[in-house]
Ligand binder design. Structure first.
Ligand code: ADP
Ligand code: MG
Length: 900
């Protein structure tokens, strides 16, 4: 607190004292204090707000010592300012006048009417159309084992999900794919965050955190009650939420927080709790979302250039949000996947129907968010007209879909719950004018013929002038006073003015109100009665219109459930059409989903994003197979296309399981339970970890978690350390995956030595990216071909990159020398320029990594005398040159020979 704030309260006006009382309860938020037509902000808040909003900072009692810093803005512009404050990461609390200042005795009563935080936000200006705006609550229970609860609530749409997770990594992944804008953490009473809470905060540095003191947290029973009360049920069994513990805690915290912040708003649109298990979907860690550029590119963080960017041909924001969810929650159930694929296929084939559907869908409004505004009473006339317009599209959409030559189960089922709500949309049409104002309190909304009193008032207000003219004429005639005038002023309202000359002619029923030097002013009962009508009319019109509008809104709210049901179905159609459209546009094929064997067989596959960006994309074939080629070692020069190839395969699996076609000629894909990636050197500087540490942490996790049904993509592992370390680790990691994890794996490496693994491991296969060497350099062919490579083309790639000729010539010279030196060393070893150079940089004089004999195992198998072969193999080893890795490999080879 500043010295100003702590100045003695008695010097403060009652108003400021009222302000400070409210502020004390909301010290973590910026308080907007309604004063007349303005929202004022005081003290420290004022400084923050003035800076954020770029408005002038002034002060109250400027001349006094205890001047109070202050800024403000007109109430009608509030939304924009609140948006900016929230966007800048502040929470905002709005304190309004809750009684008419004219009627207030003393200080006007004020109350907090809403609280806006990044995660609890219904103002559409603040929301990204194609993103859910989740408020997350995370809890932890220590029972026999640790159990985390995670709930996700989007107040703008009413979506409410909850799950439980048994380990922190899964929790972080789940938060990663749900991308909440605000996370609630309940802090224990001693106000120190738990270690797992610190981890969450470290991981999600861009997210807004709200700490709830432990004392605010409800007991499990209270939680259950709170949720049941909200949903109007006696148990949560209907949602499958009866066995939840930590999950229930989380759901309760989220709902309680939303109720608290939304104040009088109704939360009817939060109609169900979706209980899910993260293991019901393919698990995608947060690395995968980034590495495979699912939602945005790594470099620019833009949607363009991401998978979502390619797939999102949705016509509505609802569709875009849903598509994103499909993308981040790929299915594991073959039947469900096939159902989506069936629907996409028929829509792909029926192009005309699809295009027509899409054009109808394009006219739909965001019904999910509209439902949120309706329920919370924030909808206006335009929203209701939009609702009507959307509902009116339903019959045509139904007809188109019903007319499909084949009825896929998914579409068929959806059609039954698609409500046209004709009565509601007719009522809206009959009640509302076609032009609607933004405000719902200033009239001009309701049609004529809806309410007698309203019509009468309107005609009064419209005919008021005419009536006065006629009244004046009538009175002139009656009294015979030609100079009689009907006039208006603020003090008396309407009056009759008669010049003094005609005083005698004034009838008895005229009541004198004022005497001027040469005229008198009168009123009559008739005039006053009419005046009341006219003057009150405008105000009454507005009140009646407001009342009628609220009634209409309530009428719509009664069908919130149906509106949401329809919205879900229309969203589904939108997503299906989008997937069909993309498949059509880019010639995707339907993947064959296999469930009896782990494989990824892709004929002529393309990277969905790069194929659009590059002119001549070269398709490639993948034949990963758990039984035969479980692990591919992929070698090839830098820039040859290794990463692209590996990524595209990850995307195929993901796309297939979300129900999308894939960019290939033919695809046979099994269901993967988890995709792992370890890609590139994405330094996590924010957490102060070195590249190598990050790489190893991620790899450790892969080795612990990956199983036979997982897909692993490892790109250039071991880069962050010395060559020998890196190579040894890469080797051991590949072995571990082969022997223990059993996952289908793509393993790109610059360690050509790893190609030796093929010789000794049954299910490891070598592939490389073809390069054409010419006299003057190399051409990338981008074709993945079988076999290893022993040439890095480092110098050639350097040439392409523009390294000066002199340097290149010198490098070639050094390379030549090094290679010659090695060969004259008499070793019958495969050497690469790279390993010599890197050995040198490691300070080893004649060092190279001793490798296995290049002769393939088949030659040995031909050897009749097994023991002779064994002897020979053992004898020829030069122990001075044998590293532990090599020793192990030799041992393994020996064992294998004995077994065979
Ligand atoms: P590497 O991982 O081997 O260094 P990348 O996968 O990063 O290579 O690819 C390098 C560049 O080559 C990419 O920017 C991409 O545009 C292009 N490229 C990769 N694969 C293909 C392909 N199959 N067809 C055409 N261009 C490709
Ligand atoms: Mg690469």
């Amino acid at each position: 607190m500043t010295s100003k704030k702590s100045s003695p309260k008695k010097t403060l006006t009652p108003m400021l004292r009222q302000y400070l009382e409210v502020k004390a309860k909301h010290s973590d938020k910026i308080l907007l204090f309604r004063m007349g037509d303005f929202y004022e902000i005081f003290f420290d808040d004022a400084a923050i707000a003035a800076k954020t909003l770029k408005i002038t900072l002034t002060s109250r009692n400027k001349k006094n010592d205890d001047a109070v810093p202050m800024c403000g803005f007109p109430h009608h512009a509030a939304t924009g300012y609140i948006t900016s404050l929230v966007a800048a990461g502040h929470k905002v609390v709005v304190c309004d006048q809750v009684e008419d200042p004219k009627q207030a005795k003393g200080l006007v009563r004020r109350e907090v009417t809403k609280i806006i935080t990044p995660g609890v936000n219904l103002e559409s200006e603040n929301l990204t159309p194609d993103d859910d705006n989740f408020l997350a609550a995370v809890t932890c229970r220590q029972q026999k084992q640790t159990l985390f609860g995670l709930s996700l609530l989007d107040v703008s749409t009413g979506k409410f999900k909850v799950t439980e997770l048994s380990d922190l990594e899964s929790l972080l992944d789940e938060l990663g794919r749900s991308r909440p804008t605000e996370i609630l953490l309940s802090i224990p009473t001693d106000h120190r965050a738990e270690p797992w809470q610190e981890e969450i905060k470290d991981e999600f540095t861009r997210v807004h955190f709200t700490l709830r003191p432990g004392t605010d947290i409800l007991t499990p029973e209270e939680n259950r009650e709170l949720l049941c009360r909200h949903f109007g049920t006696i148990t949560l069994a209907g949602f499958g939420g009866d066995n939840l513990t930590a999950g229930l805690d989380a759901a309760g915290i989220a709902l309680a927080y939303v109720q608290e912040t939304q104040k009088q708003s109704n939360l009817h649109h939060i109609q169900s709790l979706e209980v899910y298990r993260n293991t019901s979907f393919m698990q995608i860690d947060r690395n995968v979302i980034t590495n495979l550029e699912l939602l945005c590119t790594i470099q620019e963080r833009s949607k363009t250039g991401s998978l979502f960017g390619v797939l999102d041909c949705c016509q509505t924001s609802m569709g875009s949000r849903q598509l994103k969810e499909w993308l981040l929650f790929p299915l594991l159930d073959k039947d469900l996947i096939e159902q989506r694929l069936d629907a996409v296929e028929i829509l792909l084939e029926e192009k005309r129907c699809r295009r027509e559907l899409m054009s109808h869908l394009g006219k739909l409004y965001d019904l999910d968010r509209l439902a949120g505004r309706l329920a919370s009473g924030r909808a206006n006339g335009r929203d209701l007209l939009s609702l009507r317009d959307s509902l009116k599209l339903i019959p045509q959409i139904k007809e188109l879909l019903a007319g499909l030559p084949l009825q896929p189960a998914l579409i068929n089922r959806a059609l039954t719950g698609l409500h046209e709500l004709k009565e509601l949309s007719d009522t809206i049409s009959e009640t509302l004018l076609e032009e609607q104002p933004l405000s719902i309190t200033e009239g001009r909304m309701i049609r004529e013929g809806i309410d007698n009193q309203l019509d009468e008032l309107r005609s009064i207000s419209k005919n008021g002038k005419q009536w006065l003219i006629e009244y004046e004429l009538k009175e002139k005639e009656k009294t015979g006073i030609n100079a009689l005038k009907v006039r208006f002023n603020r003090v008396f309202g309407y009056y009759i003015e008669v010049t003094r000359r005609h005083s005698e002619q004034v009838p008895a029923e005229y009541i004198r109100r004022q005497t001027l030097t040469n005229a008198d002013r009168f009123i009559t009962d008739e005039l006053k009665a009419y005046e009341e009508k006219i003057l009150g009319a405008e105000e009454k019109i507005n009140l009646i219109e407001h009342r009628l509008f609220l009634a209409l809104m309530e009428r719509a709210c009664r069908q919130l459930k149906e509106i949401r049901e329809s919205a879900v179905r229309l969203t589904l159609f939108d997503v299906l059409c989008a997937l069909a459209e993309v498949a059509d546009r880019h010639r995707y094929c339907r993947p064959e989903i296999v469930s009896d064997r782990q494989l990824l067989e892709i004929e002529e596959g393309r990277h969905p994003v790069i194929e659009i960006l590059s002119e001549n994309f070269v398709p490639n074939t993948t034949t990963l197979d758990r039984e035969k080629e479980q692990l591919w070692i992929i070698t090839g020069p830098n820039m040859s296309g290794k990463s692209t190839f590996m990524r595209q395969n990850g995307l195929f699996a993901l796309m297939a399981q979300m129900g999308s076609f894939v960019p290939a000629e033919k695809a046979k894909i099994s269901i993967f339970d988890h995709i792992f990636t370890r890609v590139g050197a994405s330094d996590n500087l924010g957490r102060g970890l070195s590249t190598f540490m990050v790489e190893m942490t991620e790899t450790a996790r892969i080795l612990h978690q990956a199983g036979p049904e997982s897909l692993i993509i490892l790109d250039e592992i071991g880069r962050g350390t010395s060559t020998f370390d890196g190579l040894s680790l890469a080797w051991a990691i590949a072995e571990e995956i082969h022997e223990n994890c059993g996952s289908l794996t793509l393993f790109a490496t610059h360690y050509h030595e790893l190609t030796e693994l093929e010789l000794i491991k049954e299910r490891i296969a070598n592939y490389n990216v073809a390069v054409q060497q010419r006299d003057d350099g190399i051409t990338f062919l981008r074709r993945i071909i079988k076999g290893g490579t022993n040439h890095s083309y480092g110098i050639e790639v350097a040439k392409l990159a523009g390294i000066p000729d002199a340097v290149l010539t010198r490098a070639r010279e050094i390379l030549g020398n090094l290679e010659a030196a090695e060969i004259s060393g008499g070793e019958n070893l495969r050497m690469t320029g790279r390993s010599i150079l890197s050995s040198r940089t490691n300070g080893l004089k004649s060092g190279y990594l001793p490798l296995l004999e290049p002769s393939p195992p088949t030659t040995e198998k031909r050897c009749d005398d097994k023991s002779a072969a064994l002897k020979q193999l053992i004898k020829k080893q030069d122990l001075n040159r044998t590293t532990p890795i090599k020793a192990l490999n030799i041992l393994e080879k020996l064992q294998k020979m004995i077994r065979d």
